[in-house]
Design a protein. Structure first.
Lengths: 143, 375
């Protein structure tokens, strides 16, 4: 037997169709799996981070806030005390000044926790923002 | 005394030879010439070519000399072919030598390896069209995978009487890649497509490379368990290489084991091409269909790459489709050469190797699928 008749009689169309489909599906699945391996590995390597996150259900920023709040509560000087530390520094600067200028000075003098300190000074209205990114020192409040 | 002398003469190869032996000896010498002088796949063509010479020395049947005589030494060596042992061992070595990093870095290239397998199924229909029996047609079709060991493995299972012509056709076309593929690649692609540059793949970690053979063997062999003797060994070899704790075994698989298997496989396949068995109209049909299979496989890969480009943001060079056939590393090298001809700064070799290695997996799955159709 020859020709189309032989193909049909021996189930050739079905064999070709099914065979081509199976090999395609097989390689597409393998392609998908190998494209995910590195992502799965990455997840696995960072599992501690994700597990801790799900246990506490807190955002990293929240953790920072909690730690900062606890630190302030127990160890951090009050605003008047901070004002007495920072006043001589600010007096070196011409008003209005940028916070970066204060940071540079604190860095030189190796003062601890400059960010928290400046935040507390702002909260106490001792450092007053001018709305354009600059600040002035409120002498009345700092006395 | 003259009778004794005449009897001796009548048993010599010179007396028993006919034109078919001469034809096959010419074929064997051509293989040796291509392998040694032209350096076309010498690791395959040299043992096969020499095997053709040995297999076509005429002898008196019944002496227990020929490969098809049950008590001969050659017959015992040929046992590794007919049982599929040698192809499996070759796959072990192949796995131990293959670096799948480029495929892991760019998994979508695996689809080109799948597309190039379409040559197998078109040829299946073609072989049935020309009147071959279904098992013979499936064995001929697998030539389209351009994978010698896979072709031998499947033919040994489905149509052992055709091992000689099919193996010779498969290896001949693999050796003739530089002749067959470039015109097809050039015909199906435009200059601008051939100039497409592929971005370098991301860095692949050791862990990925270790996990891949495990994932591969589970996914592929659960889908087509009949591919287990080939894919099981391929992925085992790759795992030995990547796990870094059995370097001795990996080195042996990469060298001594695959070399031994290749010598015996090539030599006995060559010997199996005895003129009286080999030179038949069927063999000519197999050679014709093998060329068709190989050409369709190349074209399918290239065309599929062009189709993929319709949907992809980052285009892929369609030449890579031609490397989807599993002739490692011949077709990847050919793709690379053609890319370099168009643009000397366009390096496609590693991307081609990704398609090549997926072609090896794809053709082994196809062999498993075709075998399972006849169980």
């Amino acid at each position: 037997m020859f020709g189309i008749e032989n193909i049909t009689a021996n189930n050739g169309w079905a064999m070709a169709g099914v065979g081509a489909t199976i090999v395609f599906i097989g390689l597409v699945v393998l392609c998908f799996v190998i494209s995910q391996i590195h992502k799965i590995l990455e997840l696995w390597e960072q599992r501690d981070k994700y597990l801790n996150k799900s246990e506490t259900q807190t955002h990293p920023k929240d953790i920072y806030k909690i730690e900062a709040a606890a630190y302030r509560q127990h160890h951090f000087p009050a605003a008047p005390e901070l004002a007495s530390i920072y006043r001589p520094l600010v007096e070196q600067l011409k008003e209005p000044f940028n916070l970066i200028q204060i940071f540079e000075i604190t860095k030189k003098m190796d003062l601890p926790h400059p960010h928290l300190s400046l935040q507390r000074l702002q909260e106490a209205d001792i450092l007053v923002p001018q709305g354009d990114g600059t600040f002035i020192w409120n002498k009345q409040k700092s006395n | 005394m003259s009778d004794l002398f005449y009897q001796f003469l009548s048993n010599t190869g010179y007396f028993l030879a006919d034109y078919r032996h001469v034809v096959m000896i010419v074929v064997g010498c051509t293989f040796l010439f291509l392998g040694t002088a032209k350096k076309y796949e010498p690791l395959l063509l040299v043992p096969i070519g020499f095997g053709i010479l040995v297999g076509n020395v005429p002898f008196f049947k019944g002496f227990g000399l020929g490969i098809y005589e049950s008590n001969s030494v050659l017959h015992y060596l040929y046992f590794g072919v007919t049982t599929g042992v040698y192809p499996s061992i070759v796959f072990l070595g192949l796995g131990a030598m293959t670096d799948f990093s480029s495929l892991l870095a760019n998994p979508k290239l695996m689809l080109l390896g799948a597309a190039a397998q379409m040559g197998i199924y078109f040829t299946l229909l073609g072989a049935l069209f020309f009147g071959f029996l279904p098992r013979e047609a499936a064995s001929i079709a697998i030539i389209g995978g351009a994978d010698g060991p896979t072709s031998i493995f499947l033919t040994a299972k489905l149509a052992p009487h055709l091992i000689g012509p099919i193996a010779i056709a498969a290896y001949s076309y693999m050796a003739l890649i530089p002749v067959i593929q470039p015109p097809i690649m050039k015909m199906l692609t435009s200059k601008s497509e051939r100039l497409i540059k592929m971005a370098p793949g991301r860095e692949v970690t050791k862990k990925e490379r270790v996990i891949f053979p495990v994932a591969g063997v589970l996914l592929c062999c659960f889908l087509a368990p009949t591919a287990l003797p080939l894919l099981g060994m391929l992925f085992l070899g790759n795992f030995l290489k990547e796990c870094d704790v059995v370097n001795r075994l990996a080195k042996t698989a990469q060298s001594a084991i695959i070399d031994t298997a290749t010598i015996f496989l090539g030599f006995t396949v060559g010997c199996s091409t005895q003129a009286d068995v080999f030179l038949t109209p069927k063999a000519l049909g197999i050679f014709f269909l093998g060329a068709v299979a190989f050409s369709i496989a190349t074209a399918s890969g290239v065309l599929f790459a062009k189709i993929m480009n319709l949907f992809l943001k980052t285009k892929i060079n369609p030449l890579l489709g031609a490397a989807g056939v599993s002739a490692v590393p011949g077709s990847a090298r050919e793709v690379h050469q053609m890319g370099l001809k168009e643009d000397p700064t366009n390096f496609l070799l590693m991307h081609g190797m990704a398609c090549n290695s997926s072609g090896v997996i794809g053709s082994a799955i196809c062999a498993g699928i075709l075998w399972s159709f006849f169980i």
